[in-house]
Design a protein around this ligand. Structure first.
Ligand code: ARG
Length: 475
């Protein structure tokens, strides 16, 4: 990479030598600034594997057409294999003057094998080439991220199975609402991440059409076998409109949308981990493996990984909004604006992958304090709804009436600084004469969660069954 030029004295107009790929038309090369703003090799080298795969498929098809000989193809394969080895070993001479990964590889191939390398670009443009490479890259990223999502789900489902019957306070407005089980809480995230996988699968299905053979924008006069290249590259079919194929980046936008939604999910779990680790809560403990200390406060054990997962949402959302903005208003077909599509996708994929790894690690690492969670599950009149439900079920009171009576009992207990179960039967009967001692059976946390047997509810029996279902699906 050249250094950023000093622009205080005006742009550096020294020319670099004319580009070898289109040099025929150009007397002189670009200015240093032109080269710098134009080049994508600094980041699109990440797609080298996909570029080589695409070229191998294209070459095999050109042999079928008689444009390349069997010898050409074998030279191309040997040349590309050598180039792959060079890149892998960090020995490839990347050249910014060659702009991007496509021209870097092609130039190197020609350097190695001569005319067969020069024939490879027949019936192909960098516009369909980059669209193909980028689809392949996003597809590979989807497969990796899908496996990671499944792993986080597995970690959560294992937790859920272990804690299917362990009560914790359930919150709305972050105020104690009703007891739930820790397992139920874990499985809520399993559902979210499963939808994230669904979005990825949907995105993968729609992106799986091959742009190769659309050429620059209009298609090509060569009778290419586009089905052959599409299938060789694992696509379902070739794209049907060449203008759309070279200028579409929906697949990257859908990928980033799925990333943004998933990052939002991960940020919610991360936030809960931060809250649960805090000293006033102490619902869970993270080991040294997932916390950091403070340089000044010796007692500190900070959940930095959770905080960073929460924060990564920012850059992932930024990537989505960035690419939406790049694509907005672009006339058909390809425009160089679209070169700005890759960095956001690469960055978001990295951030998402790292976040998933961190969440999987923390879920496996955490030690829940089930006794403490149980203690707080009953605080804050968490079983008030159970009392009201009893009045409806046993005394046949209308729910609104039952709600009112319960509210008065909560106020009474609150005034005395005790729990609902601390009230005497006589005190309760003063509000509602029909109440019997049976009421105390529904006021415990255990009774409360066990009663939530409605489908999808938090009853331990439900949670255990759901955890088993997920564990079977995921292993
Ligand atoms: N480096 C370019 C990109 O990433 C490749 C396509 C360039 N095509 C062109 N006609 N200049 O989009």
């Amino acid at each position: 990479m050249s250094e950023t030029p000093d622009l205080r004295n005006g742009p550096d107009l020294r020319n670099v030598s004319a580009n070898m790929q289109w040099g025929g038309r150009f007397a002189a090369g670009p200015s240093v600034v032109m080269q710098e703003i134009n080049a994508s090799i600094g980041f699109d080298r990440k797609m080298w594997r996909q570029d080589i795969r695409g070229s191998l498929a294209h070459a095999a098809m050109l042999v079928k057409l008689g444009i390349l000989t069997v010898q050409d193809r074998s030279d191309i394969e040997t040349g590309l294999a050598a180039i792959a080895a060079e890149i892998d070993a960090g020995r490839f001479p990347f050249d910014e003057a060659l702009e991007d990964i496509h021209m870097n590889i092609e130039a190197r191939l020609t350097e190695r094998i001569g005319d067969a390398g020069r024939r490879l670009h027949t019936g192909r443009s960098r516009n369909d080439q980059v669209a193909t490479d980028f689809r392949l890259w996003v597809r590979d990223a989807i497969d990796g991220l899908d496996a990671q999502l499944a792993d986080v789900m597995l970690a959560l489902a294992e937790r859920a199975e272990r804690h299917a019957a362990d009560p914790m306070p359930g919150f709305t407005h972050l105020q104690t609402a009703q007891p739930v089980t820790f397992g139920h809480h874990m499985l809520a995230y399993v559902e979210m991440l499963n939808r994230d996988r669904g979005r990825l699968a949907d995105c993968r299905k729609r992106l799986n059409e091959c742009p190769l053979g659309s050429a620059a924008l209009a298609g090509t006069s060569f009778p290419l076998d586009r089905d052959m290249t599409a299938h060789a590259l694992g696509f379902d079919r070739p794209t049907a409109n060449s203008l759309d194929a070279v200028s579409d980046r929906d697949f990257a936008l859908e990928f980033l949308s799925a990333a943004a939604i998933s990052a939002m999910h991960l940020s919610r779990l991360a936030e809960e981990i931060v809250i649960w680790c805090s000293a006033p809560y102490r619902f869970i403990r993270l080991s040294d493996a997932f916390t950091t200390g403070s340089s000044i406060m010796p007692q500190k054990r900070n959940p930095d990984a959770a905080e960073l997962v929460r924060a990564k949402t920012g850059r992932i959302n930024g990537a989505l909004v960035g690419l939406l903005t790049v694509m907005k208003g672009l006339p058909l077909a390809y425009a160089k604006d679209m070169q700005e599509d890759k960095e956001p996708a690469f960055d978001a994929a990295d951030a998402w992958a790292l976040s998933l790894a961190a969440v999987a690690g923390m879920v496996r690492d955490m030690t829940p304090d089930t006794a403490r969670m149980r203690e707080f599950a009953g605080s804050g009149f968490a079983t008030a709804t159970d009392l009201a439900d009893w009045l409806v079920r046993v005394l046949k009171r209308p729910f609104r009436t039952a709600h009112h009576v319960t509210g008065r009992l909560v106020a009474l207990a609150e005034a005395q600084g005790i729990d609902l179960a601390g009230l005497s039967l006589a005190e309760m009967q003063a509000e509602e004469p029909g109440i019997t001692a049976d009421i105390f059976n529904v006021l415990t946390v255990e009774a409360s969660v066990a009663s939530r047997l409605s489908y999808g509810g938090t009853a331990p029996a439900n949670v255990a069954a759901q955890a088993t279902r997920w564990l079977q699906a995921l292993t």
